[in-house]
Design a protein around this ligand. Structure first.
Ligand code: SAM
Length: 327
């Protein structure tokens, strides 16, 4: 068996990132963003490199022609490189959304949003892995996508990721809980950052601020996403299973009741997580609007391990039947 397209791409991303890491004395992830930008611009942009290094890089870049690869091949190879870089330099808040979750989000977006063109926002875009997975699963749709992240390295990786896959995503490097420069959206997807939000002054502008002490960033993200959704727009969120068990859960309940309609909660298989406390669900909610009706029954399901094809098929049929009845 020959090496796969993904392996071949990964090898070039990885080897050229290593060269740049050494020559520029930077981290692997910084070097990965640099090499991705070189590949996209089809040149070597770093002026401080020796002639020999430039030659070595050019030789490796020549081994691949990006146009010959699908977006998914590029995304997967880039994802492998990012995972390698993240292992080297572990930051708990930087975790990329796993593929299985991205695929489910992509599937749900394709089923819930039928319009041929729409606006899609990820306010915690990170490396762009989740957002581009979702985009790659909406063929024949025109999507105006926006991604925001507070972390400048991650947003650089997202920018390169988008370029390599030829997705015209608008990216902003800012705190998503500050005012945003985006128009009302048809849908929001988000692997929510979970934890306390340190800026109490900013949090004071939210209904979901804590009565005392720091507010939960994940609650404020839900409120902020609601603000930027059109009436009838959808939110697909990866949430911790304990979301409605915290000390501030009743506030969140009231907020949802007032502005949103719960459509579904899909629990991910526990086997995907290190322990039960880390387990998550996909929460599907819709912003209230004139034509928005609550579903006859909220879509509730425990998703099977994705390797169990028969069980996955059964659940997908259940979801499709629910959508046919409710949408
Ligand atoms: N979906 C992303 C991906 O595929 O790479 C990963 C999302 S990660 C779980 C959560 C992200 O939220 C991190 O990238 C983190 O930098 C970002 N974040 C945390 N607080 C934020 C804030 N206040 N504003 C914007 N981004 C924030």
């Amino acid at each position: 068996m020959g090496i796969s397209a993904v392996e071949k791409l990964f090898t070039v991303f990885n080897e050229t990132a290593q060269i740049l890491q050494e020559e520029l004395s930077c981290t692997y992830l910084d070097a990965l963003a640099e090499t991705g930008e070189n590949l996209f611009q089809d040149t070597v942009l770093q002026e401080e490199l020796s002639e020999i290094t430039v030659k070595r890089l050019r030789k490796k870049y020549k081994e691949i022609n990006l146009e010959k690869y699908s977006n998914e091949e590029i995304r997967k190879a880039y994802q492998l490189s990012i995972l390698k870089g993240m292992k080297e330099n572990v930051q708990p808040n930087h975790q990329m959304t796993p593929d299985a979750v991205g695929m489910l989000f992509g599937y749900l977006v394709s089923k819930f949003i039928k319009a041929p063109s729409f606006k899609l926002l990820d306010p915690a875009v990170g490396t762009g892995n989740l957002l581009t997975t979702v985009l790659n699963m909406q063929p024949n749709k025109t999507i105006e996508a926006t991604g925001i992240d507070i972390d400048d390295l991650l947003i650089r990786l997202a920018y390169v990721n988008a370029n390599l896959q030829s997705h015209p995503i608008q990216l902003f490097n800012q705190d998503s809980l500050q005012p945003l420069f985006v128009e009302p959206q048809d849908a929001v997807i988000c692997d929510l950052p979970v934890g306390y939000y340190p800026d109490d002054d900013r949090a004071a502008e939210y209904e979901l601020k804590a009565k005392s002490g720091h507010s939960y960033a994940h609650h404020l993200f839900i409120e902020q996403s609601t603000r930027y959704l059109k009436p009838g727009g959808y939110m697909f969120l990866l949430i911790p299973n304990g979301l409605f068990e915290s000390d501030q859960a009743s506030q969140l309940h009231d907020f949802i009741k007032e502005y949103l309609v719960i459509q579904g909660v899909l629990q991910l298989p526990l086997s995907m997580f290190k322990n039960k406390n880390a387990s998550k669900s996909i929460f599907i909610i819709q912003k209230k609007g004139d034509d928005v009706k609550p579903p006859k029954q909220v879509l509730l399901a425990e998703l099977p391990t994705l390797s169990n094809a028969a069980a996955v098929d059964k659940i997908f049929r259940k979801i499709e039947a629910w959508i046919n009845e409710n949408k």
